[in-house]
Ligand binder design. Structure first.
Ligand code: PGA
Length: 270
């Protein structure tokens, strides 16, 4: 596991976007050779999406041969609702870049058969040849995607009922009214994300600091589902200073001493 500690949320956004640019550029996608990217929603990745759009506008990055899979979607929220993840992805990212909408997959939380929809999504990932890079965010309770505390660490895409902490954290998007937050979501499983070749998890803010400490310094535990990534061979946690507040000084010093190495990950070799 790599832990990349940066000054603030905006530096995290820049570093993460640079990493995506590096990975896609190095892969050199083309017809019949798509780069497969797993994507999150939420407040944390917004800055990264803006930077990726900027790279695209500068002609440095094309998504023409990129296939994407989003982590999750609410159940029962209309697609055009401003808080649906379809709406978020279209407005914050897809409409600004050259991705083919047929290649950008978001779970359908209004499908008549939600279980079949989850199976369809897993099949699509398989057919795409698996995910090269899955990007995720976490909740203050350590959830990854909507894999709430207690979720199976080998889970696949399925319907989940959201935990109180998640409803509370997300009510800010629903006029601070918890009763308006959808109670259920479709989400990729921890196992689905674990299958990706590489995983990058973005963590910013003091409210995520306990979750980061649990993820990095304690054992693998289904009550902090992001801790499963200790067992992933290629996992990067990218965080800001605020998110490190619950870590040991020794942990922070060690990983900061590796920054020269970490920054080699975002160098583009020509
Ligand atoms: P946030 O959400 O980026 O809005 O904090 C992350 C999550 O709950 O997974």
């Amino acid at each position: 596991m790599r832990l990349i500690i940066l000054d603030d949320a905006s530096t995290v956004a820049d570093w993460a976007a640079q990493f995506v640019l590096q990975r896609i550029t190095q892969f050199a996608p083309g017809p019949g050779r798509h780069f497969v990217l797993g994507l999150p929603t939420g407040g944390t990745p917004l800055g990264m999406y803006r930077k990726l759009v900027q790279f695209h506008k500068e002609g440095r990055l094309s998504f023409k041969y990129v296939t994407t899979f989003n982590m999750d979607e609410y159940v029962g929220l209309p697609r055009e609702h401003p808080e649906s993840y379809h709406y978020y992805m279209w407005n914050e990212f897809f409409k600004h870049v050259d991705i083919d909408p047929n290649n950008s997959h978001v779970l359908d939380g209004n499908a008549p058969d939600l279980v079949a929809e989850c199976h369809r999504f897993e099949d699509l990932i398989q057919k795409a040849g698996g995910v090269h890079l899955f990007i995720g965010g976490i909740g203050p309770d350590g959830h990854i995607a909507f894999n709430e505390p207690g979720s199976s660490l080998v889970s696949r895409t399925r319907v989940k009922t959201l935990a109180y902490d998640t409803l509370d954290a997300n009510k800010r998007f629903f006029g601070n009214d918890m009763s308006k937050v959808p109670r259920q979501a479709l989400t990729v499983g921890v196992g689905t994300v674990m299958d990706a070749k590489e995983v990058m998890i973005l963590i910013t803010g003091v409210h995520k600091s306990l979750a980061l400490a649990k993820a990095v310094e304690e054992g693998v535990n289904h009550m902090w589902t992001v801790s499963a990534f200790q067992q992933h061979p290629q996992a990067l946690f990218v965080c800001d200073e605020d998110a490190t507040l619950e870590l040991r000084v020794k942990t922070v010093k060690y990983f900061k001493s590796l920054m020269v190495e970490h920054n080699k990950l975002i160098e583009i070799k020509r």
